[in-house]
Design a protein around this ligand. Structure first.
Ligand code: AGP
Length: 367
């Protein structure tokens, strides 16, 4: 049956509001709320033995893979590569014997990712794909497929499928960590609990809609926007910039917060909003001081943080949006939502075709 917009103005808005349900459905596939353990299906490789993982995808799906790399390396200590699929082959990577790859795709039909799949299989890698469409070419051509339970995504800009991909990758990272004895049962319980809280935090974040709309009114006036994040929030800064470019046609760049001083700081003036993903935690101090440098040069800092981070940021930031305190592990999933919502509201204010932005297709089937 055809999917409708319900009471929403755009499919993208409807899909943004499906985050809590989709995250809940996806996490329930891979977590046991009773035992607080990760429950993975049979994988085509042994995570305890695999020497190296290649993560690859395109666009937002690649940014999910990029977060996945941070998680898997940290929790399971498996060396990972993360590359956009359209570049992987040109790097001609030396693929290890007994190695495996994780491919990420909403549609399961993206030509570049399919070309990477072929290369990886020819190179003897076992391929696990994370896809939203069970009957897709990618799901059928992989050694195994893990499904995101996001339902049909109609808006060209990926929203709920992206966070569902993150949810699956987070479960894999915990499962791999256990398989490699890098995390204890107590750690697994704590990480699982953090993931189980994600759907209700997602709902809380969606309740900040009016605040994000007010921020969007400022961002909509800009010609260029910088998104900054550190650690696993760096790929989310890239996602914020990608989404804004894609649907509002405002030029945006995502940068690792610490890299700003190596170049992009030259762009900063009072016309460039600097949108920071800066929750409290071990990376807060350094990111905060990067932002202070931007503010000292007249930059308009707009920060997403939490109750602990807010006071320090309020001293120099123009806007501070307080999100729930969620902990470093689930922060990338939960910070993706406000940056997507921000892009949505900016696009609505700019009057663009939100669900069908110019020059873009939902699934890119050419290389
Ligand atoms: C995301 O908002 C984009 N529309 C795009 O980057 C997309 O994520 C990319 O084309 C990959 O598509 P896939 O997930 O269907 O493979």
């Amino acid at each position: 049956a055809a999917v409708g917009k319900g009471n929403y103005r755009h499919f993208m808005e409807k899909e943004l509001h499906e985050h809590p349900a989709v995250l809940g459905d996806t996490l329930r596939q891979y977590l046991d709320p009773g035992t607080l353990e990760v429950r993975l299906p049979r994988l085509p490789f042994d995570p305890a033995k695999v020497p190296r993982l290649t993560l690859t995808a395109c666009g937002s799906a690649f940014l999910a893979a990029h977060v996945g790399r941070y998680w898997i390396e940290k929790l399971a200590r498996i060396p990972c590569d993360a590359d956009v699929a359209s570049e992987l082959r040109y790097r001609d990577p030396p693929l290890p014997e007994g190695g495996a790859a994780i491919l990420v795709s909403q549609s399961g039909e993206t030509a570049d990712t399919m070309a990477a799949l072929k290369l990886l299989k020819e190179g003897g890698q076992k391929v696990l794909s994370i896809v939203n469409v069970p009957e897709s070419t990618m799901a059928r051509s992989s050694d195994a497929a893990l499904l995101t339970v996001a339902g049909p995504e109609v808006g060209v800009a990926s929203t709920k499928a992206f966070t569902a991909q993150l949810a699956v990758l987070a479960c894999l990272a915990v499962g791999f960590g256990r398989a490699r004895k890098q995390i204890s049962q107590v750690d697994e319980g704590r990480l699982t609990q953090a993931l189980l809280s994600v759907p209700s935090f997602a709902a809380e974040i969606l309740d900040r809609d009016a605040e994000i709309r007010a921020l969007a009114a400022e961002v909509a006036k800009a010609r260029d926007v910088l998104f900054l994040g550190r650690g696993s929030l760096f790929p989310i800064a890239l996602e914020g910039a990608l989404k804004l470019k894609e649907i509002s046609y405002i030029h945006a760049e995502g940068y690792a917060a610490g890299e700003m001083k190596h170049g992009p700081i030259a762009l900063i003036d009072s016309a460039v909003p600097v949108i920071a993903l800066c929750p409290s935690g071990p990376l807060f101090e350094k990111t905060c001081s990067n932002l202070q440098e931007a503010a000292a040069r007249g930059g308009r800092v707009m920060a997403f943080t939490d109750a602990q981070g807010a006071p320090a940021l309020r001293r120099f930031a123009e806007h501070v949006i307080e999100l729930p305190t969620v902990g470093a592990f689930s922060a990338p999933i939960l910070h993706a939502i406000p940056v997507q919502l921000l892009a949505y509201h900016v696009a609505v204010l700019k009057g663009t075709d939100v669900d069908q932005p110019r020059n873009l297709a939902k699934s890119v089937t050419v290389e």
